[in-house]
Ligand binder design. Structure first.
Ligand code: FDA
Length: 307
């Protein structure tokens, strides 16, 4: 793995650095490039703007690795407030939510996470929308897939996420490609050891292509989460090869990254979903975005230095 990427990902898990960065007078603009705001109202405002421009949305209330039961409960309450607001604003048909299980108690107890995320799924159903379970580092993969299977017993539309950098993922794709199954394919954003994950970018890309073929050949609804200018046309070409029409799969990109490409794909008739994070606990998320691209790190450091 690129040394700068490893360094930033290590910083993402370092509490001392987290406190130093959080205390620094970071320009609102830096965070705001990737994060929609801190409140439900701000998240709804950004969602409205994206939906009005022809895009769809998945909202993430930021937070992860919670070891405090009250904080896990607060996260659930934030999602319930958000889902009620999506319903009240008439946005639930175009916007769903993404949930990290470690934000709702997975590190404390898998059953607690299941109970908490079930409350979110029930509220999503009531509001007329869906939930996707984000995938976190590889130590949580089996637990997350177990929780997914339990949730799908009641809410079959709950979406899964698989990460192409994991060596296991092509097999997970085959297991998850059944009828009605919503599956997001991404490359993967965590620092993972060589035993479980491809380290070379090219190998990750090859794995992404193998996985996308498995998902497109299946009967589910694949969601291709990538900004990679080489992979987007491959998704398009392979979808056509598998007889997939726009609407039987979707593209997904992160808020603030390649917005022109998001609009271009939507104008071609594709469903494009923008992943919109919001909330006060933006640190881990921002660090992963910086690790993906040295230019983002330079942008961030310049903004810090200019204070
Ligand atoms: P890659 O990082 O190789 O970048 C390819 C090209 O895309 C770059 O050369 C550049 O042109 C552009 N680009 C990529 N990132 C950029 C950035 N930050 N700023 C500007 N340009 C950029 N991960 C995970 O582990 N679990 C999850 O649940 C999710 N969920 C998720 C949802 C959605 C909707 C997306 C888009 C992504 C995720 N991810 C994720 C993150 C994902 O695993 C991955 O880290 C990022 O999407 C970056 O990978 P790319 O496929 O974009 O390619």
């Amino acid at each position: 793995m690129n040394p700068l990427r490893s360094l930033i990902l290590a910083a993402a898990g370092n509490d001392v650095i987290r406190r130093a960065v959080a205390a620094a007078p970071v320009s609102r603009d830096v965070v705001r490039r990737f994060v929609a705001g801190e409140s439900t109202a701000e998240a709804i405002g950004v969602t409205r703007r994206l939906v009005d421009s022809g895009l769809t949305v998945t909202l993430d209330y930021l937070g992860e690795d919670t070891t405090d039961e009250d904080l896990a409960d607060q996260t659930v309450l934030a999602y319930l407030e958000l889902l009620e607001a999506l319903r009240a604003e008439g946005l639930a048909g175009r916007a769903e939510v993404s949930v990290k299980l470690t934000a709702v108690g997975q590190l404390l107890d898998e059953r607690l996470a299941l109970t908490n995320v079930s409350r979110i799924c029930a509220a999503a159903q009531e509001s007329g929308t869906t939930v996707t379970l984000d995938m976190e580092d590889h130590t949580t993969t089996d637990s997350t897939l177990r929780v997914l299977a339990e949730l799908r017993g009641t809410w079959p539309t709950v979406g899964a996420v698989v990460q192409a950098y994991l060596r296991r993922t092509v097999e997970d794709c085959a297991r998850l490609a059944g009828e009605g199954s919503r599956v997001r394919l991404c490359k993967g954003a965590y620092a993972e050891p060589g035993e479980v994950a491809y380290q070379d970018k090219h190998e990750v890309n090859l794995s992404y292509v193998r996985c996308l073929n498995v998902l497109l050949a299946g009967d589910g609804y694949p969601m291709f989460a990538t900004h990679d200018p080489r992979l987007v046309p491959i998704v398009d070409a392979r979808a056509a090869h598998h007889g997939r029409k726009p609407g039987s799969f979707e593209f997904q990109m992160l808020y603030g990254i390649r917005p022109d490409e998001q609009r271009r794909l939507a104008e071609l008739g594709h469903t494009v979903r923008v992943y919109v994070p919001y909330g006060v606990r933006w640190y881990g998320y921002l660090m992963r975005r910086l690790a993906e691209r040295p230019a983002n790190t330079a942008f961030f450091l310049r903004a810090l230095a200019s204070r």
